[in-house]
Design a protein around this ligand. Structure first.
Ligand code: GRF
Length: 230
């Protein structure tokens, strides 16, 4: 019997280029997983169209559609109950994930951040603000972080960080483009790591031990350009 394919759900708020990059790697056969559903808090999110284009069930779930933040949590839980994804992938989701969802998906929620955490994370650090802060700080490199999500944003266990050296005088737009390219080349590898059982969720409540990483996966990440963690 062939094992059931690994399935992830995604939450997004924006254009959805990271979500599209995952769909592209599924289409190319490199990522052996399926997208179970996508939910967006914003009806204008480009990610919704991308999901529909790929035949992935897509939903607009917001306090407006559900009546309240509690309603959002209930709807997301209902979608998880119905589709039973193995992993929840945050792909540019600008809202806080309800605690009830984090509890249900404990140690199975990943996020991508366009900087080298812990620097340039936390309140107000999203989108172009991140890259502008990197420029203001005079950094000579930036990069991306993929990390586990717990109740404290941007503080979960780091799975992988990759960096690029910045050209003197590089502006925020240039840094954003270079970091996004790294994001697209990396997120699918993390999803694949879960799908292949090389990243394994634990049942620990200690955020630093949300998952275990196999030595093969660590070695594969270290073989990529710019990897600084693991
Ligand atoms: C990415 O830069 C990601 O790191 C951050 O939000 C952005 C989403 O971009 N969390 P996109 O919607 O995937 O194009």
């Amino acid at each position: 019997m062939t094992p059931a394919p690994f399935r992830f759900a995604a939450l997004a708020s924006g254009g959805g280029s990271n979500f599209q990059a995952l769909l592209d790697r599924i289409a190319s056969g490199e990522l052996k997983a399926r997208a179970a559903f996508l939910a967006c808090n914003n009806s204008g999110a480009g990610a919704l169209e991308k999901a529909k284009g790929a035949g992935v069930p897509a939903f607009h779930v917001s306090a407006k559609t559900e009546g309240s933040e509690e309603g959002v949590a209930r709807r997301l839980l209902a979608l998880l109950d119905e589709h039973k994804p193995d992993l929840l992938v945050l792909a540019g989701y600008m809202k806080k994930v309800p605690d009830a969802v984090l509890e249900r998906m404990r140690n199975r929620v990943v996020n991508i951040h366009p900087a080298l955490l812990p620097e340039f994370g936390g309140a107000g650090m999203y989108g172009h603000h991140v890259h502008e802060a990197v420029v203001r700080a005079g950094k000579t490199r930036s990069g991306m972080t993929i990390h586990m999500v717990n109740e404290n944003y941007d503080e979960g266990q780091i799975l992988v960080q990759r960096a690029v050296d910045l050209r003197p005088g590089a502006d925020a737009a240039e840094i954003a483009a270079r970091v996004l390219k790294l994001e697209h080349d990396t997120y699918w590898r993390v999803v694949q790591g879960f799908a292949e059982g090389r990243i394994v969720p634990t049942d620990s409540r200690d955020p630093s031990r949300a998952v275990t990483l196999s030595s093969e996966w660590i070695a594969a990440m270290r073989g990529l350009p710019g990897t600084i963690v693991p």
